[in-house]
Design a protein around this ligand. Structure first.
Ligand code: SAH
Ligand code: SF4
Length: 418
């Protein structure tokens, strides 16, 4: 069952925080994925273990869940054989359901996933020569309606839970076969299987090396759940990915940016996309609430930003909208004015059916990039990936949502009849 309630779409800019609590599944068991070690310990105590036992078991189980990726209590070889069924009766190790997995000709992979209460969302894996990036969703849909973004047109919006967010990374590791084997360093007593797991784990040659919170949704409108999930990803005894390899992208939720730096500490990407109020108001309506100056001041104050850890400014190239030489020069001026340790990422607009914009010409994108670069700011053009499977930036919108209204009505009528 869901452990959040549905969000109604709350107008363009106001998020609706959704309290999370643990809701047992229909079979009464509690899904442990998404929970931190302390919460697991509390649950073990509530289920009847004494304090010391609960603490030890929570430590062991946590390691098996998040570091080793096991999905069956029977595989937890340092836990007594008699204890394993006790755990399995009460607890569960979940993953989002995979509805469909697609492979692009360029190696990009996209998964359509489903929450336990039936909402669909997507994640994308983008392999490169020297890295592999997982693009993770934070919400089903998005409340913000940026005019060039397909996700922003989705009708249903619900925050993903910490388990559904970290579950994406875990599922990717499952699919890529990348869980470390490693040795357990616990004191093994009698009644335990200790022979397996002798292979040492190294991170060399891993496929999944980076995470970007750039899938569906606005991560800073689901702050607590994103934070909870990323803590598990960054925990050395959890998924153990460095905060330097994680980037959170925001459309500019200014009041949450400082907390993002302080409490999560990951790299920041900001979807700027325009340098004048008039244009940004149009294409990123959140700008009416938090304007460009406020946004750039928050960037200048972002905890942890430095020349070694620059803030990425994303800039989608829209023909005859935001792509002139003057816009490029104004972008440079703003970055210098606010003394921002910045790099710019130019994103060719990825069209979708019904979109009202076109992508700038390649010559225009090149010229824009050169102007920014001539002023000493790196401004690479992002190569669109996975276009043949609709996996490129801003194209994420689930298959169900892509169906026409007529088709949905037809299906609903058929379902009602049967
Ligand atoms: N909500 C967050 C993160 C998800 S969007 C944000 O807006 O930053 C990830 C990136 O894709 C953003 O920079 C977004 O502006 C960009 N994007 C959205 N639609 C796009 C499209 N159709 N073509 C290219 N980039 C797009
Ligand atoms: Fe939401 Fe980001 Fe798309 Fe804007 S660009 S609608 S904030 S997902």
């Amino acid at each position: 069952m869901a452990d959040t309630t549905l969000m109604s779409i709350p107008g363009q800019v106001d998020p609706v925080p959704v309290a999370r609590d643990i809701t047992p599944r229909e079979d009464g068991r509690v899904d442990l994925i998404g929970l931190p070690k302390d919460r697991i310990r509390e649950l073990f105590e509530e289920a009847g273990l004494d304090q010391k036992q609960a603490k030890l078991r929570a430590k062991q189980v946590f390691h098996w869940l998040y570091h080793r990726g096991v999905t069956d209590f029977e595989a937890m070889t340092d836990i007594a054989k008699t204890m394993r069924p006790w755990l399995a009766e009460r607890f569960f190790i979940g993953r989002p359901d995979v509805v469909e997995a697609q492979h692009s000709t360029d190696g990009t992979r996209k998964w359509l996933l489903r929450t336990s209460d039936g909402h669909e969302f997507e994640m994308v894996f983008i392999p490169d020569a020297d890295r592999g990036t997982l693009c993770v969703s934070s919400q089903v849909g998005c409340t913000l309606n940026c005019r060039f973004c397909h996700t922003g047109t989705m009708r249903l919006v619900r925050n993903l839970t910490p388990g559904e967010i970290v579950g994406q990374v875990m599922l990717a590791r499952d699919a890529l076969g990348e869980w470390p084997k490693g040795n357990m360093k616990f004191d093994f007593g009698a009644d335990l299987d200790v022979e397996e797991d002798s292979a040492e784990y190294t991170s060399d040659g891993r496929l999944l090396t980076n995470i970007v919170m750039m899938g569906m949704g606005e991560p800073l409108y689901n702050f607590d759940n994103v934070k909870g999930a990323l803590k598990l990803v960054m925990d050395g005894d959890g998924l153990a990915l460095s905060k330097r390899r994680i980037t959170l992208s925001t459309s500019g939720v200014v009041p949450m940016m400082d907390r993002c730096g302080e409490e999560i500490g990951v790299n920041l990407a900001v979807s700027l996309h325009a340098v004048t109020k008039e244009i940004r108001d149009e294409i990123v309506p959140l700008n009416k609430k938090y304007g460009i100056e406020e946004l750039l001041e928050a960037c200048a104050a972002y905890p942890g930003a430095s020349n070694a850890r620059r803030i990425t400014f994303e800039y989608v190239m829209l023909k005859d909208k935001n792509d002139t030489d003057e816009h490029a020069r104004e972008l440079v001026r703003l970055i210098k004015h606010y003394k921002l340790p910045a790099k710019v990422n130019l994103i060719p607009f990825n069209p979708w059916p019904g979109a009202t914009y076109e992508c700038s010409t390649p010559e225009r994108v090149k010229r824009f990039s050169e102007i920014v670069f001539e002023h000493g700011i790196s401004a690479p053009v992002r190569t669109p990936r996975g276009r043949d499977i609709d996996a490129a930036c801003g194209q994420l919108k689930t298959a169900a949502e892509k169906k026409s209204r007529a088709q949905r009505d037809r299906e609903a009528a058929e379902a009602a009849q049967s």
